[in-house]
Design a protein around this ligand. Structure first.
Ligand SMILES: Cc1cc2nc3c(=O)[nH]c(=O)nc-3n(C[C@H](O)[C@H](O)[C@H](O)COP(=O)(O)O)c2cc1C
Length: 166
């Protein structure tokens, strides 16, 4: 519950690399997400090459924080021979959220950058990373040691909840 409330979109980062053991913890959180039929269609690209990070804001209009972020994780789906082709975006969403919660729990900062279903963003990322057409980049998570603080949030709204009928 602490990580859920503490997680905020953090878009300013200190100039400090993230140690490999933390990256691995974060990836483990992503891979522990639920998936339809336990398909686990996800693959992850860890990006810490400054030249590559700097290419993304050239076509993704809401990703300027990548100029400052020491790293990003691209969540991708392998859509070849999936048993439940309708569900891979939900699977990748669950993995993305698990990653964001792990980042918050480790006192790092991160933000979800939307990719799929924007075709232009999908194509550009496939080009940059040399991905085949049936590997779909779903989201980017920018991350780093936070250089901004945001209060934990509690936006519970009882009007959004109904019981037993609409
Ligand atoms: C599917 C999705 C796509 C998003 N895309 C972006 C994005 O491209 N750039 C960005 O800065 N934030 C993006 N966000 C983060 C939202 O702006 C943020 O979650 C929202 O404003 C709520 O703030 P909070 O995360 O601090 O609670 C995205 C979030 C989601 C779930």
């Amino acid at each position: 519950m602490d990580a859920i409330y503490k997680r905020r979109s953090i878009r300013r980062y200190r100039n400090k690399a993230i140690p490999e053991d933390l990256i691995e913890k974060i990836l483990k959180a992503g891979m522990n997400a639920p998936s339809a039929g336990n398909e686990q269609p996800w693959h992850f690209i860890v990006v810490d090459d400054r030249e590559i990070l700097d290419q993304i804001p050239e076509f993704h209009p809401h990703s300027k924080m990548l100029y400052e972020a020491p790293a990003a994780i691209v969540v991708c789906a392998d859509v070849t021979n999936v048993k439940y082709p309708e569900y891979w975006p939900q699977d990748c969403s669950a993995a993305t959220q698990n990653i964001l919660l792990a980042i918050a729990d480790l006192d790092l900062g991160g933000v979800w950058l939307g990719v799929y279903p924007r075709e232009d963003r999908v194509k550009k990322l496939q080009e940059i990373f040399g991905m085949p057409d049936d590997m779909i980049p779903f989201s980017i998570i920018a991350l780093g040691y936070p250089a901004e603080q945001k209060p934990a949030k509690d936006i519970y709204d009882s009007h959004r909840v109904r019981r037993n009928r609409w």
